[in-house]
Write a protein that binds this ligand. Structure first.
Ligand SMILES: Nc1ncnc2c1ncn2[C@@H]1O[C@H](COP(=O)(O)OP(=O)(O)OP(=O)(O)O)[C@@H](O)[C@H]1O
Ligand SMILES: [Mg+2]
Length: 507
């Protein structure tokens, strides 16, 4: 997790805003709902005065019926407004989540594998699962809090000044004192939260690694070593959690105490005014209610900044992926590769994975004629895999060129090029589908008979028959039952069924 970057470039801001504004009708309706909630909040504080003055002091029987009626209406309107705003804002938020998820997936699918290697699979997954949620938090939760709480603060301030502006002026010298610690403690809690999140992520990858590598740990007798490492991590987590607990647990007593000072002042000054007859008990209690109700929206507004900062950090990570440009591009108006046989030629090919690294391949020259089988033999790390990856343009050459049918590989459309190549990778890669579907991946419209024939050609038919459900067995159900060689054969069957003119077998 990198440092939080609180800035989002203008164009990215515009993009998010235009995404939200697409739902302007719903936004408008949501704002109306929020105003309704805020109005109802203010009305509740206002109602305290007639309750006190008219019902309790003047003992007015008409008011005894009228005020509860109004209270029911106010609560009803607040409920409707609250549901409406919550529903509408979350609707918009979930729409935006979905938009980002789909765009990220589409983008990542189209980016070259060098990008996925560079970014690490886990990190990319968390863009799609986590970061999008945090952005939603920013656009919908924060927006709800911003508007609803802002309107509520306005409503309460209105009540406070409307009831007794002199008392209000006095209170406003004292109250900010009570509200300031909310901001202060919020910051501390957040700092420790980030710490615990990072430690938790670290713990997760540690668990993953040691559980999957348990065979090695046992063979090398390192259980005690790993147990110790784990205990150190849980100890760090414990310390951070306790710091968070202290900051959290201290914040409300301190806030309440300071708030108590403010309330004490209001009681003293307000009481004085009631005794002198410049104010009524109803006015006083209505005022006090509004002040106390002000606490909640102010607290939420003070947290808003955090939500926005987190959202911006996540949005930055999302946009970084979305705006990534592919290094493997097609020429304008690419040619379509056609035919059943062509030769492949490497012409002074050089290739390195990173600019400043020693090249994996230097000055390779070779030619494979149609129908010819070329076997590359070399030591481990010699560059065989790197070389074959250049043919379907999984990577692009950094020097020289690869020719296919006498023309530069790059002149053809990537799709038509790959349509003519079949590959069995060094590491067998299978998906969690049935055996049949895995083979069909090589030719989506293959019939069951074609699949069986491909399995026979790859010498996989026999052992597939031995699976609980034969060709319909799901790979995952087999667990680790598949041997390395069996996996490899399924991959070969998948490559054969494609029946492509160029067949690459890596190992
Ligand atoms: N994704 C990568 N990023 C950076 N360097 C890489 C990457 N993959 C391979 N290399 C490096 O490129 C060199 C050639 O690797 P390559 O996988 O092509 O060898 P190989 O001949 O296939 O070896 P083996 O026989 O073990 O499969 C090695 O030095 C390796 O460390
Ligand atoms: Mg290899």
């Amino acid at each position: 997790m990198g440092k939080i970057n609180p800035k989002l470039s203008k164009s990215r801001q515009k993009k998010i805003i235009s995404l939200v504004l697409k739902y302007w009708k719903k936004l408008l309706l949501a704002a109306l709902c929020m105003i309704m909630v805020a109005g109802a909040n203010g009305a509740m504080a206002l109602l305290v005065k007639p309750v006190m003055d008219d019902i309790f002091i003047k003992q007015n029987k008409d008011m005894l019926l009228l005020i509860p009626g109004i209270a029911i209406l106010v609560f009803f309107l607040k409920g409707v407004g609250s549901y409406g705003s919550e529903y509408l804002m979350n609707y918009i938020g979930e729409k935006i989540i979905r938009f980002f998820r789909d765009s990220l997936y589409e983008k990542i699918m189209d980016l070259p594998i060098s990008f996925i290697h560079k970014e690490k699979t886990g990190a990319l997954m968390s863009r799609i699962t986590n970061d999008v949620n945090i952005v939603k938090g920013m656009v919908s939760t924060a927006a709800i809090n911003l508007f609803r709480d802002f309107f509520s603060v306005i409503a309460f301030l209105f009540v406070i000044f409307y009831r007794d502006w002199q008392l209000a002026l006095g209170a406003f010298v004292v109250l900010p004192l009570a509200f300031y610690p909310i901001v202060l403690f919020g910051r501390r809690v957040r700092k420790f939260s980030t710490g615990t999140q990072e430690t938790m992520a670290d713990l997760n990858s540690f668990l993953h690694e040691t559980f999957t590598g348990s065979k090695i740990i046992k063979i090398f007798n390192l259980q005690a070593f790993e147990k110790n490492r784990f205990k150190k991590k849980t100890q760090t987590l414990f310390r951070l959690e306790m710091k968070k607990v202290i900051a959290k647990a201290l914040s409300s007593p301190i806030m309440e105490f300071l708030g108590g000072l403010g309330i004490a002042f209001i009681i003293w000054f307000g009481g004085l005014r009631v005794i002198h007859g410049t104010s009524t008990p109803g006015t006083f209690f209505s005022f006090l209610t509004a002040v106390m109700m002000l606490y909640d929206p102010v607290k939420k507004l003070s947290k808003l900044n955090n939500t926005i900062q987190e959202g911006v950090a996540s949005a930055t990570r999302i946009f970084d992926v979305l705006e990534e440009t592919s290094v493997i591009t097609e020429v304008q108006n690419p040619e379509i590769l056609e035919g059943k046989s062509f030769d492949i030629e490497f012409d002074h090919v050089g290739f390195s994975y990173n600019d400043n690294e020693t090249p994996a391949l230097t000055d390779i020259n070779l030619k494979v004629a149609p129908g010819e089988v070329l076997a590359l033999v070399g030591m481990s790390g010699g560059g065989k895999t790197s070389l074959v990856n250049l043919v379907p343009r999984l990577y692009d050459v950094t020097k020289g060129r690869v020719l296919i049918a006498g023309k530069n590989l790059k002149d053809f459309s990537i799709k038509s090029l790959r349509d003519h190549i079949s590959i069995v990778t060094q590491e067998p890669i299978l998906f969690n589908e049935s055996v049949k579907e895995n083979i069909r991946y090589g030719k989506m419209d293959a019939s069951d008979l074609e699949i069986e024939n491909a399995a026979k050609a790859a010498y996989a038919y026999e052992f597939i028959q031995g699976f609980p459900k034969g060709f319909d067995t799901i790979i995952g159900e087999l667990g680790s039952r598949l041997s390395g060689g069996e996996k490899q054969r399924l991959c070969i069957a998948r490559a054969l069924i494609k029946d492509a003119p160029i067949l690459i077998l890596d190992e």
